[in-house]
Design a protein around this ligand. Structure first.
Ligand code: MOS
Length: 751
């Protein structure tokens, strides 16, 4: 795997490829993940899940379970503490409107119906296997989103209009010279972070502490407080390290409450670790999408109308819209548009956000449709993208704060060698293999939320930055250290960053690619306040070598406060801390989105170029080359940013070629609930990935000019691969994943 980074050299730590400051702790095992919580001999809880899709529990026979040595308690609807059903909102982000273990109704295969608590994990698991739950089956379950009669058209998802209409889409489509009417589908997909979801819960003196693998300590705290009727100060949520999250740890799921209940009932700390199998039904998944796109265009590929109808599935106990049409509403110049999103209520587990929810499947469908349009018009696919570029967000009518998508196309085309591409399908070959090149657009919104960070200069000159934000493996520890180090003129290793604790100053969910843009400006604000106070103290304290120097003539450089004109005249931070009242200087920095009506639309962009090779005789398809060029504002750390993009593109390869959660058509049980049957890309599936950044700071978005980078990497990849597959083979696969049999038996629609 190679990666090219061409960028201006920088003299600050921010912008430099600094190694992860938490890297050593992670690779040496010193970093405490939730399951490593330092709690002496916790009890272990193992969850028992429903094995029917719809119906109710008639009886539970606990005798064999309770006979297992070590089993302490069996928690069911008969004895579980009461917890309320919470509506989903961002104050109390409970994913499902189904409080666990509160009744006998079963709404999907995999619903938690009991938990066995024992002194060892093995005893709890044995007890769980021996629990006899007798069910009454309800009506035959509904499992097919395309045939369901129980369909809703939601108004909104996360504040975005779900039903959009502009201009005269039907007429414009009908009267267009070129018309496409194509339907794409993407399957259910599951998050597979290395670290499964974990909760370790402990009650002490009426207070609840949980070590939880969560992307949102504050949201988790709010749910626990509400469910157990506690003031928030009596709930403590700790999550300093996560082994990935990708959305399945963003909102709260039932196992968290079950662990807290188990600890309450037994009066002992309880550890609950979901198994890999349980991860497939317990913490959400990406909804399948069925997307009909009608595209009307002029003969040169200029878009006149797009009608985009999205169908998702939804469980009966939660609502999550996979907003695949959002991209269409925003990304290109489309004068006439109609977008619908519908949800089919099925007897299946609940879906949730997964890396680039909406954009990942949306960019697949739109990105392929524009490639189909290019072939219908006999135009270079990249020219169709350029021709329909817009400067005003069609959805909001606002200008983009900073959009350098054309530069992404240009730099990508040059670096990839796009001009050598011959247009006709099956026209490029290398030995036994057909070669195909595809391109598509990447995009993800840039969001930010109010956030705080407390910066403290303390005894011995230590500097610490503290915020209730998270590092999912993203690099948050490192970029906070870089930014604060720059303010004080010290090395990033001198900054102690503490995050992932609900008692720390507030931060939003580590989701929606918003953490950097929310938390980093707050940390810099806090650091600058402390630095100002430090300079004031250093210039006003008799004993200080800087006594009497005007504050404006003091700078932080090379580890000390120094007189600008006479750098040898300097003060150590340890001395400043000694002079300070109470031995430290501390400030809580704040940042948040601008108040009032927005003037700009904030989005990131990118171009994904892909090469595939297909050996027809072996039906072997490989992604031999991928190049992503991204416009995400200023890049704080090209090393961790590159890593995000490599991960996103790798997942895009999985989405395009491998990943599919398969359910048993009789009862909806997930049959691919393990990493042998659910295929994620491994090294052999990933050949060469290159990443480039168009580094244009977005200063209209926040003072640091940064936009989020966590999710955009996956967007557009599946489309670029699908388009490359068409170019290589002449076969247009419109339903993911593109497995070999679809190419063996697919109908060639090569011209
Ligand atoms: Mo992300 S899917 O918002 O964790």
């Amino acid at each position: 795997m190679t990666t090219t980074i061409e960028r201006p050299r920088t003299t600050t730590h921010a912008g430099s490829p600094v190694d992860r400051v938490d890297g050593r702790a992670k690779v040496t095992g010193a970093a405490p993940y939730a399951a490593d919580a330092a709690i002496e001999s916790p009890l272990h809880a193992v969850i028992v899940q429903a094995t029917i899709a719809r119906g109710r529990i008639l009886s539970i026979d606990e005798r064999a379970t309770r006979d297992v040595p070590g089993v302490v308690e069996v928690l069911t609807h008969a004895n579980a503490p009461h917890v309320p059903t919470l509506p989903f909102d961002f104050a109390t982000p409970m994913s499902e409107q189904l409080a666990p273990l509160q009744g006998t109704d079963v709404h999907y295969d995999g619903q938690h119906v009991a938990a066995v608590i024992a002194t060892t994990f093995e005893a709890a698991r044995e007890g769980a296997l021996l629990l006899k739950v007798v069910y009454e089956h309800g009506h035959p379950p509904e499992l097919d989103a395309t045939r369901s009669l129980d369909v809703e058209y939601p108004q909104q998802y996360f504040g975005t209009e779900a039903q959009v209409r502009r201009g005269e889409p039907d007429q414009a489509f009908e009267s267009s010279d070129v018309q496409l009417d194509v339907t794409y589908s993407t399957p259910n997909e599951n998050h597979n972070p290395l670290e499964p979801s974990v909760t370790v819960a402990q009650w002490r003196d009426g207070e609840l502490t949980v070590y939880d693998s969560t992307q949102w300590v504050r949201g988790t705290r709010a749910v626990l407080a509400k469910c157990f009727d506690l003031p928030e100060e009596k709930v403590h949520v700790i999550a300093p390290f996560l082994g990935g999250g990708f959305g399945c740890k963003g909102f709260v799921w039932a196992h968290l409450l079950i662990a807290a209940m188990a600890a309450k009932v037994t009066g002992k700390p309880v550890k609950l670790v979901l198994t890999r199998e349980q991860m497939f039904t317990s913490v959400g998944h990406r909804s399948q999408t069925h997307q009909r796109l009608r595209v009307g265009a002029a003969r040169d590929g200029t878009l006149r109308a797009v009608l985009h109808d999205v169908r998702n599935e939804s469980s009966r106990v939660s609502t999550f819209v996979e907003g695949a049409g959002g991209v269409t509403a925003m990304l290109f110049e489309i004068p006439n548009i109609a977008i619908t999103h519908s949800l089919a209520r099925l007897d299946v587990p609940s879906s949730t956000a997964m890396r680039a929810p909406g954009e990942a499947p949306g960019t697949f469908a739109l990105g392929c449709a524009l490639d189909e349009l290019a072939y219908a018009c006999n135009v270079d696919p990249l020219d169709v993208l350029r021709r329909n570029h817009n400067a005003i967000d069609g959805e909001t009518g606002l200008p983009f704060s900073s959009k350098h998508l054309l530069a992404c196309y240009e730099r990508g085309a040059e670096a990839f060698g796009w001009s050598d591409r011959t247009r006709a399908p099956r026209s490029m070959r290398d030995g036994d293999e057909l070669v195909g090149w595809g391109v598509a657009t990447a995009t993800y919104p840039a969001m930010r939320m109010p956030a705080e960070a407390r910066v403290t200069l303390g005894a011995g000159g230590t500097i610490e930055a503290v915020s209730a934000t998270h590092d999912l493996g993203t690099g948050m520890y490192t970029i906070l250290a870089q930014l604060v180090a720059d303010v004080f003129g010290v090395e990033p290793s001198a900054i102690s960053v503490r995050i992932g604790d609900s008692a720390f100053p507030t931060a939003p969910v580590a989701g929606g690619s918003m953490s950097s843009a929310s938390v980093c400006p707050a940390a810099v604000d806090g650091a600058q306040r402390v630095l100002r106070d430090a300079i004031a103290l250093a210039t006003s304290t008799d004993a200080s070598p800087l006594y009497g120097v005007p504050e404006a003539d003091v700078e932080a450089r090379d580890g000390m406060l120094r007189a600008r004109n006479d750098p040898a005249r300097a003060v150590a931070y340890a001395d400043v801390a000694r002079w300070a009242n109470g031995g430290e200087l501390s400030a809580t920095g704040k940042s948040g989105p601008e108040e009032g009506e927005p003037k700009y639309s904030f989005h990131s962009f990118g171009a994904q170029f892909v090469e595939v090779r297909f050996d027809e005789e072996l039906a072997r398809l490989r992604v031999s080359r991928a190049l992503g060029v991204f416009d995400c504002g200023r890049i704080l750390n090209p090393k961790t940013a590159r890593s995000q993009m490599l991960g996103g593109i790798t997942w895009g390869i999985g989405m395009a070629l491998l990943e599919e959660t398969v359910r048993d058509p009789r009862n909806g049980a997930v049959v691919t609930n393990n990493l042998a049957d659910y295929h994620v890309p491994v090294n052999a599936d990933v050949q060469s990935i290159d990443v480039l950044f168009v580094e244009e700071p977005d200063l209209r978005f926040n003072p640091l000019g940064i936009r989020g980078i966590g999710e955009i990497g996956i967007t557009g990849v599946a489309a670029a691969i699908g388009n490359a597959v068409y170019h290589a083979t002449g076969i247009r696969v419109r339903d993911l994943p593109i497995v070999p049999e679809k190419l063996l038996f697919g109908e060639s629609n090569a011209a």
